[in-house]
Design a protein around this ligand. Structure first.
Ligand code: ADP
Ligand code: ZN
Ligand code: ZN
Length: 711
């Protein structure tokens, strides 16, 4: 017998082949089967997508045979294939790209024999029938949240949003919800997703310990930090149903999990859930979609999102009732619930102090009262965390004689001065040079740093705190954690460990330290210069700032004993800004309410939908010209949905040039998600076609970003 199979293979984003390819097979293979097929002169991995009806005409005389089947691997499920199809369609990418990117890279390289060997290792059942873990007693709020979550499981099964203050014990809720699902059904699987930066060995160890009774290798991690071999191993365990709990980052949302019953998305507002290249999917949104798909197969599958500062999209969904909301306002260990000045019902959170920078000495970096507060903490043996969202020593090096600045020759951006190795580094293209001895333009030897990054802040603090002593009379210890200090593997872990061990008094860093870490000895957190986001052209900037400051504040006073005296300082020229007012009261609902009112008036997300089309070319003219011409063509051809879709004129991107490539973007908005989707799907072929025109020959690439998170 002969069968004709539609096989999906990895196709380059802009090649003409977008859909599945047809191959011939001697045996009947089910959809989802992994195969090797010839493609040109190569042999590539593919997934059988469909089997063409038997007995039909030979599709094409030169149809080739599949080269082999990856024996021993169960076919990928219909639900998984639906998820991939949805993702490719929604985010406007090819099926092959999404499907193959979701598989571990090693599957492509291993021979059938090597794979067979990997699959052979039997999993010994080491599970013990009884879960004997000593569990901590849940707080009343945790108990309530779990009870409400369970009650819904029996009914409407909406997605749930756990709105819980930092330190309210959300992780314990995830663990209990997962435990329940796993105990109810011996084949059930749970996926827990966390932002890239939060996936620490400690968290993994905590999950492994909790589910140790399930037996060895039942909890696996899936993220980009794994070696190819580890990633394959985790993926295979999940695919075979051996792994009962997968702990991973955004990529894990596309893992093959044949018995998935619960998806947890921790810190669901975190921007790292949005993939920023290739298929720019939102793993959070896909988790919600996937739960619905899985439920469609018969067994209920729920999704539990969690955050202290939910995305405004998820928050709005709880207001309309599309999502279930579970509230945990208080920190674990905080006593009098719901009381306290400036706490809006949340207890145990740090006191917020705004420093009006209009009334501080000119050019001062750290206001005197803040400095005094830090010094006081040092003297008491407590830790402070000082947060500035810019790494390096100074963002610019400048000559005051002729006005020369350390621009990157390849980008429309300044190169950042890194004092430690006396380099100028471009944070966009990576171009690095040693600092010139004199101004390259006029020869003046007096070139000086302008502005301030974490490296300079650390140096400055060391000077300011030089005379301050620790309780035992020794000198203050300052350390810095940012992308520069953590380049080496293991560096972040060891630096964090020294903070935890109390070997640091003042910790300076970027947003890297503001999120997630469970620091026990920090009683003061300070944001040095957060004002930029208040007036950004990106409408999501205030949302990100608020969440970052709440997160950063959440690092203070995590040890309940110290929480009463813990403080969050904000230096600002706009102390009356509503964002800071809400922050002072730890009042996310008030902040969200104000933002949502503004967004509704402007038709912005979640009340409107948008996509960005980006184009890159040798010249800005070509990049913009391409986008504008495509918009005109869409109008002229009356594409699906065009009447409900507004394309704005193309504009240069904020960083207009990177590595000598000019970049432009066009915003496309619609009040209707369906109209926008229809329009984009119809527009794709127009864009492909346009690209072939001679005038756009120098176009390097273009791509669509659906539901972009930064504009
Ligand atoms: P969140 O994720 O909400 O910020 P965590 O889950 O990190 O909070 O919990 C904060 C701290 O409280 C952790 O150290 C955790 O071990 C502890 N904790 C959580 N639940 C309880 C509980 N029921 N009793 C005692 N301690 C708890
Ligand atoms: Zn000069
Ligand atoms: Zn550059």
């Amino acid at each position: 017998m002969r069968y004709w199979l539609q096989v999906v293979v990895a196709t380059p984003a802009h090649s003409a082949i977008a859909g599945p390819l047809t191959y011939r097979s001697e045996s009947l293979l089910s959809p989802g089967t992994l195969v090797r097929v010839p493609l040109g002169k190569r042999e590539v991995l593919g997934v059988v997508w469909e089997v063409l009806p038997d007995g039909g005409e030979l599709p094409e005389a030169k149809t080739r045979d599949i080269a082999g089947v990856l024996d021993g691997l169960a076919p990928l499920s219909a639900t998984w294939r639906k998820l991939v199809t949805f993702t490719a369609g929604y985010y406007q990418r090819s099926l092959g790209e999404v499907a193959l990117a979701a598989l571990p890279p090693q599957l492509r390289e291993l021979s059938t024999l090597q794979l067979a060997r990997r699959l052979k290792r039997p999993v010994v059942d080491t599970s013990s029938p009884q879960d004997t873990t000593d569990l901590i007693a849940l707080s009343p709020q945790q108990t309530m949240a779990l009870a409400e979550f369970d009650a819904e499981t029996l009914g409407a099964k909406r997605p749930a949003l756990l709105f819980g203050a930092t330190g309210s014990g959300k992780t314990e809720v995830y663990l209990r919800a997962a435990a329940k699902v796993l105990a109810q059904d011996p084949s059930a699987q749970v996926l827990v997703m966390v932002p890239e930066i939060n996936l620490t060995p400690q968290l993994q160890a905590r999950f492994e310990a909790r589910f140790a009774h399930l037996g060895k290798e039942r909890v696996v991690a899936l993220h980009s930090g794994l070696t190819p071999a580890q990633r394959l191993k985790s993926w295979l365990a999940a695919h075979a149903g051996q792994a009962r709990l997968v702990l991973g980052t955004r990529m894990a949302v596309l893992a093959s999990l044949p018995n998935l019953r619960l998806l947890v998305v921790d810190e669901e507002h975190d921007p790292s859930y949005k993939q920023q290249e290739g298929a720019r999917y939102s793993a959070r949104d896909m988790a919600v979609y996937r739960a619905r798909l899985e439920t469609g197969t018969g067994e209920p599958c729920r999704v539990l999102l969690g955050s202290a500062t939910p995305s405004l999209e998820s928050w709005q969904a709880t207001i309309t009732g599309r999502y279930q909301r579970l509230n945990m306002a208080d920190r674990i260990g905080s006593t009098a619930p719901g009381a306290g000045e400036g706490s809006a019902g949340a207890t145990g959170l740090p006191t917020v102090r705004r420093v009006d920078m209009n009334h501080q000495p000119k050019h001062c970096v750290i206001a005197p009262p803040l400095l005094a507060a830090i010094a006081q903490r040092v003297a008491r043996g407590e830790q402070s965390l000082i947060f500035l969202n810019r790494r390096g020593y100074a963002p610019v090096l400048a000559c005051h004689d002729c006005g020369w600045k350390s621009e990157c020759p390849h980008c429309s951006a300044f190169r950042v001065f890194h004092k430690i190795d006396r380099t100028l580094r471009c944070h966009h293209c990576g171009f690095t040079e040693r600092v010139p001895r004199a101004c390259p333009s006029c020869g003046n030897i007096d070139i000086a740093p302008v502005g301030r990054g974490t490296e300079r802040l650390e140096e400055h603090l060391a000077e300011l705190l030089a005379g301050v002593q620790r309780p035992d009379g020794s000198a203050v210890r300052i350390t810095r954690i940012d992308a520069d200090t953590t380049r080496l593997k293991g560096a972040l872990e060891s630096q964090l460990a020294s903070v935890h061990a109390g070997e640091v008094d003042v910790l300076v860093g970027t947003q890297m330290i503001a999120k997630g870490h469970d620091f026990r000895h920090i009683t003061l957190v300070a944001a040095i210069n957060p004002d930029g986001a208040l007036f950004s052209s990106d409408f999501r900037a205030p949302e990100r700032l608020f969440s970052l400051l709440m997160q950063a504040g959440g690092r203070a006073g995590r040890d309940a004993q110290r929480s009463a005296a813990s403080e969050m300082w904000v230096q600002t020229f706009h102390p009356e800004h509503p964002l800071f007012e809400a922050l002072k009261r730890h009042d996310y609902p008030a902040f969200a309410d104000q933002q949502l009112t503004e967004r509704q008036a402007a038709g912005l997300s979640p009340f409107g939908f948008s996509a960005l089309i980006r184009a890159e070319a040798k010249t800005q003219d070509v990049a913009q010209g391409f986008l504008n011409a495509a918009a005109l063509a869409a109008q002229a051809q009356q594409l699906t949905g065009h009447a409900h879709v507004t394309p704005y004129p193309a504009v240069p991107m904020t960083i207009q040039r990177v590595a000598n490539i000019e970049r432009a973007q066009m915003l496309v908005e619609s009040p209707s998600r369906v109209a926008l989707q229809g329009f984009l799907a119809a527009w794709q072929p127009v864009l492909f076609e346009m690209r072939r025109q001679a005038e756009f020959k120098s176009l390097v690439r273009w791509a669509i970003d659906v539901d972009p998170i930064a504009i």
